[in-house]
Design a protein. Structure first.
Length: 170
């Protein structure tokens, strides 16, 4: 499967969005000698910020139109340790969207070796920052989101979407 980079037009091609390559920072390593769980979320969040810029819902959107997004729900799975010095890259699949919500699934992979380290499934809501309440996306933004959703609709769904936290039954 072809994955596009952050500089390409992500809205009309049926490929997941791909973040910039990120490096693990020394202060992110915990006493177990691997990436602390909190910093997986930092990298997932940085990736979403990259995609939101493409959709027109980044910091300028907040400043100029008083709209933003909040994460309403998140489920992270830690599948393989990442260590200091490992380059990482994250892909984002827009699983679904409506007038106020974005459902994304992200995969964090070792950037040079390609193995999967973690996933994050998220429900993001659009917020009118003046009222600090959920609100529909403006029509122009909704059109971009719909174009991305349409492009991603035909993509295979990765293992792990819709998982819940539970002890497996025997």
């Amino acid at each position: 499967m072809t994955i596009i980079t952050a500089g390409d037009d992500v809205l009309f091609r049926p490929v997941p969005f791909l973040s910039s390559v990120m490096q693990i920072e020394p202060q992110w390593i915990d006493y177990n000698g691997h990436l602390n769980m909190a910093y997986y979320s930092v990298m997932f969040d940085r990736t979403i910020d990259e995609l939101w810029l493409k959709l027109g819902i980044g910091p300028a959107y907040m400043k100029e139109r008083q709209g933003s997004t909040f994460t309403a729900e998140c489920h992270v799975r830690y599948l393989r340790e990442i260590h200091l010095g490992d380059p990482v890259q994250i892909s984002v699949l827009l699983v679904g969207a409506d007038e106020k919500r974005l459902h994304t699934f992200e995969e964090l992979r070792h950037a040079s070796e390609g193995w999967l380290s973690a996933t994050s499934e998220n429900m993001t809501i659009h917020i009118d920052m003046t009222a600090r309440k959920t609100a529909p996306f403006p029509a122009d933004i909704r059109a971009k989101i719909q174009a991305l959703a349409d492009a991603h609709r035909s993509l295979p769904r990765p293992e792990g979407i819709g998982r819940k936290v539970a002890i497996p039954s025997k």
